[in-house]
Design a protein. Structure first.
Length: 921
């Protein structure tokens, strides 16, 4: 391609297109969100950020202005009276994260809002109305008292393997007039269920989200106006243990944090028609019992429910609670009471079992067909006192019974005792299990698949991505990843859902969180997790490997705690959420300063803990490799991450306008880079240290390698993979975080694809071939010892899912939040098509490509108010058509030039169908 043909700039503004657009455009605003949530109740801020999406049937739709109205009532909103805020027409293309700037909001404020937009394709009508309410912002807003009972009962056992029954609380109260509005604020530790007049409030389960309760507790808010009746009413709650009353008290006191017995803070605020108010609060006028049907509930061990102990009608008016006890007024546990701003956990999916087989008389094995996290709902008929036991596991032994060795001492057993007299339907409420198989014993009669349903329990996040290719193996790997990600969201990202662990390990999510963000809208969860991490920071700056620090692991290293900084960066790039960077900057800086001061020696970071965790080991039964040629030097890993994190901090300092800090981070990073190269780079061989893929990849991907040596270092990576590892994976949790994108960025997406498409050991495909329906903790999960061998762990995904979307799909954020999108698919040999779509903050991006003997076909969608830089795999512009017409006739496309055998185009929003002739020629 001649130099002259480069940068052929053409500006095509179709002569009539503007005129037609204004005349006929159909532009509307939809999906209004406040703090990224739909109509949230009880938010914890008075300056929420508002976002909307623009729907347009025209290409090149850009917002030019907006107007937001926020009113204190729906009537005012309908009459366009913005008594809280009328932004008036603001000339701006901003449609996400617009700061509320109206009248100061106080606790309990109810805000009704709508928005209208002006765009390059015409004006939208007002959006549908949306809502938010403010929660209780100040400690003084809480009139309620903490109530609980700080002892076990005779049927409980507060031992190493605790058994604690659920506690049932009730309070009857009167309303003297018709209620205009009723709102409940509740903290029920560890988990609660809430009822009013016998009806469950909300469809959340395992509420509220877990925290380090000594630092903060989260409350949930519900509008219950419709649930109240004039006269007598009853409010009832059930408290389960969750993480508050830990699963393993007195087990390893130095390791496992304990918080105490379940407790509750509840406030029901009523406003009557005449404006007068009444508040019902938790206090010692309530009654409670622990002698109900939930005899024990423990996340590791399971739930036992005795239906003969049911407290019929306990949560409606008229129940005789004279025998119930008076709760104790208990101490608050020190943490701030804050609004939960991440999505609640819900039953997000259901699974029908594929088979039930009798193992021996009375023992059945049920196969869900999918490793999942949640529970089983059972239908059963039998005699009063019959006991059905359900035990859960991920795999089976050779004799077809459950394989439980890898669950360690988690008992994962639910027991249901029948009350008799008809059909009974039951599922536990305060536990979850990670399982594919269920062993059923004691079932009266013959269980069938129709008697059971798997209920998948996870954070109720919107599903944002779709990914599919012409290679079924890759699709199955994606499916496995999807189920793994879903399994491990529990109000915090946990490592696994099945064994006696389920801990929020930081290192597992460093880059995984980016891939996950394409699959689920995990923005609020990860923003919440950064708060958990900050709250776990010690006064000296140390950050643990697990946060909330339910397990006490302050080992001080770069790779696990560094996730704190990497995720703030992810939230900014993927969602344009600057909040976490601003909020956590001081704590991040403090942590890096602490590490530098304590462990940096001659500008190398000397402290590491986990190395390149879980590389494929030299022999099949091993969990960790002992072979020094497979493992990567800890100082190398730590220093490379240190460098990367310093640069991110430099970036953050710039975003926050802190030039002096930026300069300091830059200077420190330069020192680290120089020391690193001096120590680890062999100038002759261009190998870093022992020449593992991870040792060479980290400096290369992090841009630490002297420019002249990059090619040589990359060659070492290529040789190591293609020759030594026979084009297989040789990296662990650390190297795999950068591997697929690294290979692709440096020009070898074909090797990345080879690794992804392998089905022999070690590979993700190998797991599939061995029957996995999720991702394993170990590459050799089928042969390794059980001590640390979960079959549902997502840390080995590394950057695979990010690579699927960003490189195979070719959908990448160029400006934060996908305001500008880079569309650049790696159209690797071996794949005939990829269909990828992703809902960005602006709306849906789609990239569906296929190729067939010299022809390339690409359908894309760019959401309104964003634009895309599109790379078309064609040397000659004349080979490209859009919607069947020569590319040169495409209106609104801005610049065009060829770049490395590709044609680069800047386009606005809308749907496009590109075709390329002479593809690959
Ligand atoms: C966890 C991992 C974690 C690792 C670190 C394991 O037990 O399951 O997910 O990152 O420990 O030590």
């Amino acid at each position: 391609m001649s130099a002259a043909s480069k940068y052929i700039v053409f500006l095509l503004t179709g002569i009539f297109s503007c005129w037609f657009a204004n005349a006929f455009a159909d532009v509307s605003l939809q999906n209004l969100r406040c703090e990224m949530l739909k109509d949230p109740q009880g938010i914890g801020t008075t300056q929420p950020r508002l976002s909307w999406q623009i729907n347009s049937d025209e290409r090149n739709t850009q917002q030019t202005a907006y107007e937001i109205i926020v009113a204190s009532s729906p009537q005012k909103l309908a009459s366009n009276i913005g008594d809280l805020w009328d932004s008036h027409k603001v000339m701006s293309d901003r449609s996400i994260m617009v700061n509320y700037a109206g009248r100061p909001l106080a606790s309990r404020a109810a805000c009704y809002w709508k928005v209208k937009g002006w765009t390059t394709k015409g004006e939208s009508p007002w959006s549908q109305p949306a809502f938010w309410s403010v929660g209780l912002l100040n400690a003084a807003d809480w009139k309620a008292k903490w109530i609980g009972y700080e002892h076990g009962f005779p049927w409980d056992s507060v031992s190493k393997f605790s058994r604690l029954s659920a506690r049932y609380y009730r309070k009857q109260f009167q309303t003297s007039q018709q209620v205009k509005k009723a709102v409940v604020y509740i903290v029920g530790l560890g988990h609660y269920e809430l009822y009013i007049n016998g009806k469950a409030i909300g469809d959340q389960v395992l509420a509220e989200a877990p925290t380090d309760y000594t630092q903060s507790v989260l409350y949930n808010t519900f509008d219950v106006t419709a649930n109240l009746q004039q006269g007598e009413n009853v409010i009832g709650t059930v408290l389960g243990n969750g993480r508050f009353f830990t699963m393993r008290p007195k087990y390893k006191p130095n390791k496992i944090k304990e918080f105490g017995f379940p407790k509750m803070l509840l406030q029901l605020e009523l406003t009557y028609q005449d404006g007068s108010k009444k508040v019902i609060t938790s206090d010692d006028s309530w009654k409670f019992t622990a002698d109900g049907p939930i005899r024990t509930n423990n996340e590791y061990d399971g739930e036992e429910y005795d239906a003969t102990k049911e407290l019929t009608d306990w949560n409606v008016v008229g129940y005789d609670d004279r025998k119930w006890l008076k709760p104790e007024l208990v101490e608050a546990h020190g943490g701030k009471v804050e609004a939960q701003m991440n999505e609640p956990i819900k039953i997000v999916d259901t699974i029908h079992p594929v088979s039930i087989k009798q193992l021996k008389p009375g023992t059945w094995i049920m196969d869900m067909g999918q490793n999942m996290a949640g529970w089983v709902q059972m239908k059963v008929r039998g005699k009063r006192g019959d006991k059905v036991t359900l035990r859960f596991a991920e795999t089976l032994k050779e004799d077809s019974d459950l394989y439980i060795a890898n669950l360690r001492d988690a008992k994962v057993t639910d027991i249901y005792t029948l009350k008799g007299g008809g059909e009974e339907i039951w599922h536990p409420v305060f536990v979850y299990h990670g399982f594919r198989y269920v062993q059923i014993t004691g079932y009266p009669g013959t269980p069938t698949v129709d008697d059971f349903i798997g209920q998948v329990v996870s954070d109720n996040m919107a599903n944002t991505g779709h990914f599919e290719t012409s290679n079924p193996l890759i699709n199955q790997v994606y499916h496995n990843a999807y189920w793994g990600i879903l399994s491990d969201y529990k109000g915090m990202p946990v490592d696994c859902p099945q064994r006696n662990e389920r801990m929020p390990w930081l290192g597992d999510r460093a880059i995984g969180s980016l891939g996950e963000s394409f699959v689920f809208n995990n923005e609020n969860l990860y923003a919440k997790w950064l708060d958990d991490i900050e709250q776990s920071q010690k006064p000296d700056g140390s950050i643990p490997d697990v946060a909330p620090a339910y397990w006490n692991y302050y080992s001080d290293n770069m790779t696990w705690p560094g996730t704190y900084i990497l995720i703030a960066d992810m939230l900014y790039n993927q969602f344009a959420d600057k909040g976490p960077i601003a909020k956590h900057y001081p704590s991040m800086k403090k942590w890096l300063g602490y590490m530098r001061q304590k462990y940096a020696k001659d500008n190398l970071m000397t402290k590491d803990k986990y190395g390149d965790w879980c590389v494929p080991p030299e022999s099949p039964e091993l969990i960790h490799s002992r072979d020094s040629s497979r493992n990567t030097n800890g100082v190398l890993i730590a220093t490379a991450y240190y460098y990367r994190l310093l640069l991110l901090m430099q970036h953050f300092a710039k975003i926050l306008n802190k030039p002096a800090d930026a300069q300091q981070f830059a200077a420190q990073s330069l020192q680290a880079k120089n020391a690193f190269n001096q120590k680890f780079l062999d100038k002759k061989t261009l190998q870093y240290d022992n020449n593992t893929v991870t040792a060479n990849l980290l400096p290369l991907y992090f841009d630490m390698v002297p420019a002249a040596d990059r090619k040589g270092v990359f060659n070492n990576i290529v040789n190591k993979i293609t020759i030594d590892a026979n084009s297989h994976i040789s990296t662990g949790v650390i190297g795999t975080q950068w591997l697929m994108r690294g290979l692709t960025d440096f020009g070898r997406p074909d090797i990345a694809y080879h690794i992804a498409a392998n089905d022999d050991y070690p590979s993700w495909g190998y797991m599939v071939k061995r029957g996995a329906t999720t991702i394993w903790e170990l590459w050799n999960g089928d042969t390794a010892a059980p001590a640390m061998n979960s079959r549902n762990h997502i840390m080995l995904l590394g950057d695979l899912i990010a690579w699927f979307y960003q490189d195979l799909g070719g959908i990448k954020a160029d400006e934060p939040g996908f305001k500008t999108i880079v569309m650049k698919p790696a159209t690797v040999n071996g794949l005939n098509y990829v269909n990828a779509s992703y809902t960005t903050p602006y709306g849906l991006v789609k990239s569906n490509w296929k190729k067939q003997s010299g022809h390339f076909d690409w359908t894309i969608t760019i959401p309104a108010n964003s634009k895309a830089i599109v790379y078309l795999p064609a040397y000659k512009v004349s080979d490209i058509t859009c919607d069947g017409k020569a590319l040169s006739t495409l209106s609104g496309a801005k610049t065009l030039f060829d770049d490395n055998g590709e044609t680069k185009l800047e386009i606005g929003s809308g749907d496009y169908h590109f075709e390329i002739n002479n593809y690959g020629k």
